[in-house]
Design a protein around this ligand. Structure first.
Ligand SMILES: Cc1cc2nc3c(=O)[nH]c(=O)nc-3n(C[C@H](O)[C@H](O)[C@H](O)COP(=O)(O)OP(=O)(O)OC[C@H]3O[C@@H](n4cnc5c(N)ncnc54)[C@H](O)[C@@H]3O)c2cc1C
Length: 390
């Protein structure tokens, strides 16, 4: 078998892969190759769909807050280096009935970490955010460092920068298998094979196909997106309409301002089944689901046409407790990052930085709970897979 050689091969040029390639390409003298099964920035991965919510007031506590704060710096760095607009820091507004548990936890986080925020009363919400239908008893938490990320632009920018720094990228090249040997890892693709000193597995929802070790841990969750046309689109532009999370009883909506000028994103998810393989993901919402989502959107937002003007269905690999997998094999040659569990886009620059540090044999601050062995130890004690996103 004819083998091409490289110091590092990154499998998957999606969210984590692009961020890792960008970081790896900054290291002098390191030969870096990225291999992607589809084209450069495609619509099949977990990053597709125009926007992602960025928020610092997360429920999950200290580890996430630090990852998100570091990522915020790296998002700005990516914008500076690429000259592109990626992170609209327009705030993230959570609206829920006073005392709603998730809102209380988010409030606890902003207070504990002294994150810039503002609480809004029912009256203030009605006055300042007339785009939302505010019900009696609703209150708001505006996370000032929150906002909307533009995922396709982010992935494109990171890949372009990696390539400009000397990384070699191969598209439309599915990886068929990986095999560890004493002298490196063989990465077999449809277009030939590489022998790499070290490999990053960043293949998202497809990870279990290449790493059977992840089979027990990862499940796929389906996540749908919908966009609606308001009567007054000028009220939904980023300057006036923050990214949002809304809770009303069991109904949870999330979304982002209008980046296209005519529609804004507002989504809620039906009870999708938990799946094992990308091939099982439905291609679209059913008509009944779209009617129901549209009726709810019309109740929660002012002057909104209940027929979604755009819709798409995606997938993401989840761990049961939604902590990501960040693991280095005993040999030190294989780093795996997976299971971003519907909320990992916002902190993907930190994951890319960690990947580069682990692959370059440098110090890193990865939380030990993210190691695969730690996940598998917790697995038995955890309940069923929880959905949810952002
Ligand atoms: C609808 C939706 C909404 C979300 N909302 C938010 C949000 O608001 N905020 C937030 O922070 N997060 C959000 N997330 C989560 C976040 O977007 C994902 O967790 C993240 O994009 C996953 O990144 P990844 O690198 O693991 O996978 P991907 O970005 O999918 O990258 C994997 C890449 O590997 C490639 N690949 C796979 N197998 C192979 C192979 N054999 N050979 C070569 N290439 C391969 C794939 O083609 C793909 O390009 C959301 C996710 C979804 C689906």
């Amino acid at each position: 078998m004819d083998l091409q050689r490289s110091d590092v091969v990154v499998i998957g040029a999606g969210t984590v892969g692009s961020m890792a390639l960008w970081q790896l390409s900054k290291r002098e003298g390191l030969e870096v190759v990225g291999i992607e099964q589809f084209g450069r920035v495609h619509s099949h991965g977990s990053y597709a769909g125009e926007s992602r919510v960025f928020r610092t007031a997360v429920h999950e506590g200290a580890t996430y807050v630090r990852m998100i704060q570091r990522s915020r710096e790296l998002w700005r760095e990516l914008e500076r280096e690429s000259g592109r607009s990626i992170y609209a820091e327009v705030g993230c507004l959570s609206i829920a009935p006073e005392g709603f548990p998730d809102l209380e936890t988010a409030l606890g986080t902003v207070r504990e970490f002294d994150l810039p925020h503002r609480m809004l009363s029912t009256e203030e919400l009605r006055r300042e955010y007339p785009q939302h239908t505010i019900f009696d008893g609703d209150v708001g938490l505006l996370d000032a460092h929150g906002g909307g990320l533009r995922p396709e632009v982010a992935v494109m920018s990171a890949l372009d920068l990696a390539e400009a720094n000397g990384a070699q990228l191969f598209f439309n090249t599915p990886v068929l298998g990986i095999e560890e040997r004493s002298d490196g890892i063989v990465v077999r693709t449809t277009q030939g094979s590489w022998l790499a000193d070290r490999v990053l597995l960043a293949s998202g929802s497809w990870s279990t196909r290449l790493s059977p070790e992840l089979n027990e841990l990862l499940r796929l969750q389906v996540l749908g997106l919908t966009w609606f046309m308001p009567k007054r689109p000028e009220m939904f532009v980023p300057e006036r309409f923050p990214a949002f999370l809304r809770d009303l009883g069991p109904v949870h909506f999330f979304g982002a301002p209008s980046f296209d000028g005519y529609a804004f994103k507002a989504c809620t998810n039906p009870e999708w089944p938990v799946l094992r393989d990308v091939d099982e993901v439905p291609a679209a919402h059913t008509r009944a689901e779209l009617i129901k989502i549209g009726q709810r959107a019309a109740e929660l937002f002012e002057g909104v046409n209940p027929e979604p003007v755009r819709e798409s269905v995606h997938h993401c690999a989840y761990t049961p407790d939604r902590l990501p997998v960040v693991d280095r094999s005993d040999s030190g040659r294989l780093v795996t990052i997976a299971g971003l569990s519907g909320h990992g886009f916002k902190f993907s620059p930190q994951l890319g930085e960690w990947a580069a540090q682990l692959l370059a044999g440098e110090e890193s601050t990865v939380d030990p709970r993210f190691a695969l062995a730690a996940h598998l130890e917790r697995l038995a004690a955890l309940g069923p897979y929880r959905g949810g996103g952002h």
